[in-house]
Design a protein around this ligand. Structure first.
Ligand code: NAG
Ligand code: NAG
Ligand code: NAG
Length: 353
């Protein structure tokens, strides 16, 4: 009887004083429910962490994989910091206990993809940081359950493809960081349904084309950065589709082909009251060869001169022709009238003379 009883007492004691399981070398602050295990070269997540843990700091360790047992029963966890580890693998259902987690930081790890049900259980997550990993592609399935997400940072990865509608489950998303990746185009379905998105950073990619309808549903967008890409031309309609109160656009660091078309597109964009090109003064031309390296602002009022001159010449030619035709017609009419006046009306007069 006694042998059976002892373990029960121990379990009871565990629940009464969870902090007794503070893992070796970690610091546990009972008052704030913070468990700090920073910079300890830990190869795995310590087991039996206090159930009341609110914030778990595992930055700068040697974690290489996350699995369902890693964060079991940490139902109170709000903040989980896993940056600067060597995490390569996140097994399915690793985060399923973390229904109240609000912030997850996975910066500076070795993730090559987010598994399909990565987001299962993360319905309260407001901020997800996965910059400086090795992600190459992104799918809807891995992001779909994060309906509370407001900030998503996927910068400094190797993303070259994004599934159409990958972000469509993220209806609350406000900030999306995709800078410093390998995207070569912006397709129509990428940012579909992101009505609350305020910041979209696509700078430092390899974008050379943007589908005209790409930004259509972004009604709250305030800042769109397209700087440091491979854009040489733009279509006005792409930006006309941005129906927002006010949007700042950054486009410097692109190899612009400075021709009359480009000048017209920028002219039209700046004439739309809610659109602002922040760095127009900083745009440089990569072509045509005679303008390579020139600042767009120093040549922009000459770009359409040749075209305007041609149009002018044609207009004048047409005008002169028309005027000449009218004058000729008028002269002929007058001549005919005079002829009629001078000419006798009928055979009788002639006979009178
Ligand atoms: C942890 O990682 C560092 C840096 O990669 C390495 O030097 C160290 O030996 C690793 N420690 C353990 C215990 O694996
Ligand atoms: C960027 O795109 C160009 C074609 O536009 C391609 O030749 C080049 O390899 C791409 N660079 C990278 C780093 O993907
Ligand atoms: C223009 O370029 C200069 C020098 O590269 C930089 O200091 C400045 O912040 C840029 N201005 C804008 C509006 O981007």
């Amino acid at each position: 009887m006694a042998a059976l009883f002892t373990p029960l007492v121990l379990i009871f004691a565990t629940n009464a004083n969870p902090s007794q399981f503070c893992p070796a070398s970690c610091l546990c602050y009972d008052s704030s429910n913070l468990v700090e295990c920073r910079g300890l070269e830990l190869p795995i997540v310590p087991h039996h962490l206090p159930h009341s843990t609110w914030m778990l700091d595992l930055r700068h360790n040697n974690l290489s994989r996350l699995e369902p047992a890693s964060f079991q029963a940490l139902w109170s966890l709000r903040i989980l910091l896993l940056s600067d580890n060597q995490i390569e693998i996140v097994l399915a259902r690793s985060f399923r206990s973390l229904g109240f987690l609000e912030r997850l930081d996975l910066s500076n790890n070795y993730l090559t993809s987010l598994p399909n049900d990565f987001s299962r259980g993360l319905g309260s997550l407001r901020e997800l940081r996965v910059p400086s990993n090795r992600l190459t592609a992104l799918s809807y399935e891995s992001l779909r359950h994060m309906e509370s997400l407001e900030k998503l940072d996927l910068s400094r990865n190797y993303l070259s493809s994004i599934e159409q509608g990958a972000f469509r489950g993220l209806s609350r998303l406000r900030h999306l960081h995709l800078q410093s990746n390998l995207l070569d185009s912006v397709r129509g379905g990428y940012f579909f349904m992101l009505q609350n998105l305020e910041l979209l950073d696509l700078s430092d990619n390899n974008v050379s084309s943007i589908a005209v309808e790409s930004f259509t549903s972004l009604h709250s967008l305030r800042l769109l950065s397209l700087s440091d890409n491979q854009l040489s031309h733009l279509k006005f309609k792409t930006f006309l589709n941005l129906q927002t109160p006010s949007t700042h656009i950054q486009v410097s660091g692109n190899p612009w082909i400075c021709d009359c078309d480009l000048q017209r597109v920028f002219g039209k964009i700046t004439s739309v009251r809610h659109l602002h090109i922040d760095d127009y003064d900083n745009l440089t031309c990569a072509g045509p060869p005679q303008l390579s390296g020139a600042a767009l602002i120093s040549v922009d009022n000459q770009l359409c001169v040749a075209e305007t001159a041609t149009v002018l010449v044609i207009t004048i030619t047409v005008l002169v022709t028309v005027i000449a035709a009218i004058v000729m017609a008028e002269r002929n009419r007058k001549k005919n009238q005079e002829k009629n006046w001078n000419e006798p009306d009928g055979p009788f007069e002639t006979q009178d003379k």
